[in-house]
Design a protein around this ligand. Structure first.
Ligand SMILES: [Zn+2]
Length: 487
């Protein structure tokens, strides 16, 4: 499964964000936030709107009531009797951040946002309480908050209205920079529509019969009839006309301008303004699906099933499709049983599984529930927080799959720049360390599971480790090498 054979997809949904936060605006934000903090310390509690932040505050109480926050807060080794005090710190931070970003209360009607905001407040408190609070961390956290609150943030809206540079990366409407850029790809694809093949493909998609191409992916998603399906349109792109040399779509061709983006296979564009979904399929993929070559056919069908799942389900947070990507891709992979091999995404979540009891299937099992249940998506985030800590959840939400970064030159969110190379293994190292703080047996469990790998899996593990795709504690490398050699 080499990168070369990867059918890349939906690069549209992720954009570079590294430059989105102007460093010069951070100090002012930080100063204001710490002034607010000072005012509260001085007993200035006269808030105009006593209800502001109440939904989130209730959520914090519920999480403390569950006995979960102190369990989640591994990093600070919080004694249980301090849970109430910690809850107050979280709430205080939440009010500052809600004020600063002008977040509408409606954001908190969805527990996925409550949990994500909790991870943000937790890290904010940790940084502010540390001996030397870091400006870089503040910048990262504010950026996370801006991405999370999106159009429900008056800070984002006002910055956009003032025409501030990069504000269109956070606030999405028809004239936003990110929106225009993403939409340009689809509009351009439409110019190269192959009407006959598109019509044929639409007919295939519309077929709900037992031997339909989508029968099994629909079953995984719990979609039994057309009325349970979110509508989407299809464009089969005459990619030979676009790129006569090799018949692949080039992103640059689609954008109508030179870009960093490379070749793509199929992708889905979920329009954040019109809420329409469009699946773009190169003619080449179409030909493989209707063709006779079983090998290509299988790969291409896997790809479009994967893309189909993207039209129906999402684990992404906010309008900008930056937060939650690795969970989203892994969930979709489970539905389609394939498609784009997001190797790093799989490894992160499989490694997390290996650290847990229950044969290591728990993370995957929790994620599978998200395919058919919206409330399971909030539960999944809580599940991750409870077992790996709030900090891990924040970082896992922020990191981008390698496929987006490597193929399209898309960078991780600043602050999740965990190593010189944004490697997933750096994040894994942190997640494992967080787990070990509350569960010292986790390493033994992990070791045992690794020793059970078959020779091929062991070789793969070593290979990925060498290329910085995965993280193995030193002592485990020899265990795995032993397995690989044993073959
Ligand atoms: Zn995908």
């Amino acid at each position: 499964m080499s990168e070369g054979s990867v059918v890349a997809e939906d690069g549209l949904t992720v954009q570079p964000v590294e430059s989105s936060l102007k460093p010069e605006i951070i100090p002012a934000q930080v100063v204001e936030a710490s002034q607010a903090s000072q005012a509260e310390k001085n007993g200035d509690d006269s808030r105009e709107d006593g209800e502001k932040g109440k939904t989130f505050s209730d959520y914090v109480d519920k999480r403390i009531g569950d006995g979960v926050i102190e369990a989640s807060n591994f990093g600070r080794e919080l004694p249980p009797e301090r849970a109430g005090e910690y809850g107050l710190e979280i709430k205080k931070a939440s009010l500052q951040l809600i004020d600063k970003l002008g977040i509408e209360d409606s954001l908190f009607n969805d527990d996925r946002y409550n949990e994500a905001f909790l991870t943000l407040c937790d890290s904010w408190v940790a940084n502010e309480n540390s001996q030397e609070p870091s400006d870089q961390e503040r910048a990262f956290l504010l950026q996370f908050g801006r991405l999370l609150s999106g159009n429900k943030s008056s800070f984002n809206r006002e910055a956009f209205q003032r025409g501030e540079e990069d504000s269109g990366e956070y606030f999405i409407e028809a004239s936003s920079s990110k929106y225009k850029r993403d939409k340009a790809y689809v509009d351009r694809a439409r110019e190269y529509d192959h009407p006959q093949k598109t019509a044929d493909f639409e007919a295939r998609v519309g077929d709900f019969g037992g031997d339909s191409v989508f029968a099994d992916v629909r079953q995984s998603l719990g979609i039994a009839s057309p009325d349970q399906e979110k509508p989407f349109s299809v464009i089969v792109v005459d990619s030979y006309s676009l790129s006569p040399k090799d018949g692949r779509i080039k992103w640059a061709d689609l954008a109508g301008e030179p870009g960093m983006m490379q070749d793509v296979g199929a992708f889905v564009y979920n329009d954040p303004v019109t809420h329409e979904s469009t699946m773009v399929i190169p003619q080449e993929v179409y030909d493989e699906i209707i063709g006779d070559d079983e090998g290509y056919k299988k790969t291409s069908i896997g790809t479009i099933k994967h893309e189909y799942a993207h039209t129906q389900r999402s684990m992404l947070l906010g309008e900008t499709d930056v937060l939650g990507n690795i969970f989203d891709e892994r969930m979709v992979m489970q539905a389609s049983k394939g498609g784009a091999p997001h190797v790093d995404t799989s490894i992160i979540l499989k490694t997390m599984s290996k650290l847990l009891p229950n044969d290591g299937l728990e993370v995957e099992a929790q994620l599978r529930k998200c395919l058919t249940s919206e409330s399971a998506r909030a539960d999944f985030l809580k599940f991750v927080s409870d077992r790996f800590g709030l900090r891990s959840t924040l970082l896992l939400l922020s990191i981008q799959p390698d496929l987006y970064r490597e193929k399209y030159g898309i960078s991780a969110v600043p602050g999740v720049d965990l190593g010189s190379d944004h490697r997933s293994s750096d994040l894994l190292k942190l997640v494992i360390a967080e787990r070990l703080k509350i569960d010292p047996d986790a390493m033994e469990r992990y070791k045992k599971r690794l020793s059970k790998l078959d020779a091929q899996e062991a070789e793969m593990e070593i290979f990925l480790h060498r290329y910085g795709k995965t993280y193995l504690p030193d002592e485990l490398e020899s265990v795995i090498e032993g397995r690989a050699k044993a073959a």
